[in-house]
Design a protein. Sequence first.
Length: 291
Amino acid sequence: MLKENLEQLFEFIAQHIPSEQIMRAKKEYQMTTGEIYEDDKSYNMRMALFLEWYLLDNYVSGTHNTILENIIEENQSGWTQDRLEICKDISNNIQGLFEVKKVYDNSVIVLDLFRDQKYEIDEEDSKLVFRKNDIFQGRIVPRQGKWYFTGYFCFHPGKIHRYIKDEVKKLFLLQRSWSNELACLEKELFKKQKAYLKNSKYIEKIKTKIESRDFDAKRERLTKELLVLEENRRNMEISTQETDQKIDQLKIETIKLEGRRLISELINRLAYMNLKWERSRQIEISDIYKN
């Protein structure tokens, strides 16, 4: 059912998005994945992978919305709630390089190499499609408490699994450094918010004392102290907002957008190597899968 909905979306963009726009995107995509031809054995699969990329990894110019997220927004009133929900689930996909850990009759357990996280995926044809230790390019989609594949894969030969894992590890370590930076910023923000709250409570306490006193030296001292506290609070507020903005920027610009771009770039580069290997078996595979 999920794959059927995805194919309906492919038909939708073919009917509603100018062909010139799609062709421009295709040229951009093939800069890293290589040009595909109709006589390629994996032509249909690779065309589907391009359409997936176009819908799910390609952003509308000047926004943080993917093509699919933009389509969903534009069809809020025209589509059924069920169709909107399925499309939103598809937009929440995880693209990755997955390693097969266990294969069951109706499901498969895979390890997302980029995130070092395991998922159990519902798949009726699991024993026909997967073998233990396979590494492949794919996408998983959350739907009603379960995970499903979109159904389009690019499997990489076993001889270069070590190379792939080494390349993925570079991104994994980079992403972990971003996560550590985020944790530090969030800790810093918590401390600033706590200090701001403490300062605000003390300001209210000083104001109460001032109101209860007549004009005397102590009231004047309290008033001066209040001015200092209020200036400190303004500075704290500015500092808190700056840290909050850094967190948002790190989450959106770096972890989400840059992270997805780098993952997509590596996946597409490996797909191009796979395509070259598919076309020419006269070349040593180690001469294809290399930097």
